[in-house]
Ligand binder design. Sequence first.
Ligand code: FES
Ligand code: FES
Length: 132
Amino acid sequence: MYSDKVMDHFMNPRNVGEIENPDGVGEVGNAKCGDIMKIYIKVENNRIVDVKFKTFGCGSAIASSSMATELIKGKTLEEAWELTNVAVAEALDGLPPAKMHCSVLAEQAIHKAINDYRIKNGLEPWEDRFTD
Ligand code: FES
Ligand code: FES
């Protein structure tokens, strides 16, 4: 049911934890299942130099957070914003259909963290393609 990559990122998640004095934080809850994901980012020169997450949720949500943080580390805010939940799921070699919403949490949490950073720096927040 789950790919080796999903199992790997679930059993050995990357970038777990919190960042002290983060430049942006994004927290989202999933209405479907009640799971919660929080993403912290450190930004220098418009680039995500560090990222950590805390996820209270299912294995797919943990694997999605782990993969998504790996994918945005070192990227510009614009590049990180473009990361879709489908791209996260593809990087994990797929998620079962009933678990696709878990990857949506990762995209939304990253967007919230980026917008938190933008608002704190007096910039307009970007528009998320999902509404919550
Ligand atoms: Fe999220 Fe079961 S629905 S852990
Ligand atoms: Fe809800 Fe995975 S079952 S985030």
